[in-house]
Design a protein around this ligand. Structure first.
Ligand SMILES: [Ca+2]
Ligand SMILES: [Ca+2]
Ligand SMILES: [Zn+2]
Length: 147
């Protein structure tokens, strides 16, 4: 599991998540609870993710090897907002009763507008080439990262 400490996260993102989380819990008390599943991701972890479609491993455990669904990122090491400290992106997941992790689109679609009430954040669900619903990043993060 990659580090997901909120202290590794850019303060604007940490603030936006906290606000959205509080509003989500109030508005949808019966829904699974949002949590941050990833902040900083090391270059090695990024490379492993990038290589999923060609690594001859069934990364998502669905019985198929290197099928298109294993492509989860277009970013090589250093090309993701997760590869910086503090992290310039975070990923969200939802914890259902009984400890099951819920990745249903509907929860992300409810949560994202709450995060986007804070300005300066881009949602991965709006990415054109490879939509990434769990992902939120600082708009223009490449400038901050000196890229
Ligand atoms: Ca697979
Ligand atoms: Ca694979
Ligand atoms: Zn992400």
């Amino acid at each position: 599991m990659p580090p997901r400490s909120i202290s590794d996260l850019h303060p604007l993102l940490a603030y936006a998540f906290g606000k959205a989380e509080a509003e989500f819990l109030l508005t949808y008390p019966e829904a699974p609870k949002p949590f941050i599943s990833c902040t900083f991701r090391s270059p090695e972890e990024q490379t492993a993710l990038f290589n999923q479609p060609t690594d001859k491993i069934d990364n998502n455990g669905n019985g198929k090897i290197d099928e298109p669904a294993e492509r989860v990122t277009n970013a090589r090491a250093g090309e993701s907002a997760h590869n910086y400290k503090p992290a310039l992106a975070f990923d969200v997941a939802f914890l259902a009763k009984g400890g099951r992790i819920d990745w249903s689109d509907k929860w992300f679609d409810l949560f994202a507008p709450l995060v986007l009430k804070s300005t300066g954040i881009t949602w991965g669900g709006n990415f054109k080439s490879l939509p990434d619903r769990p992902h939120f990043e600082l708009t223009g993060w490449k400038k901050l990262a000196g890229k």
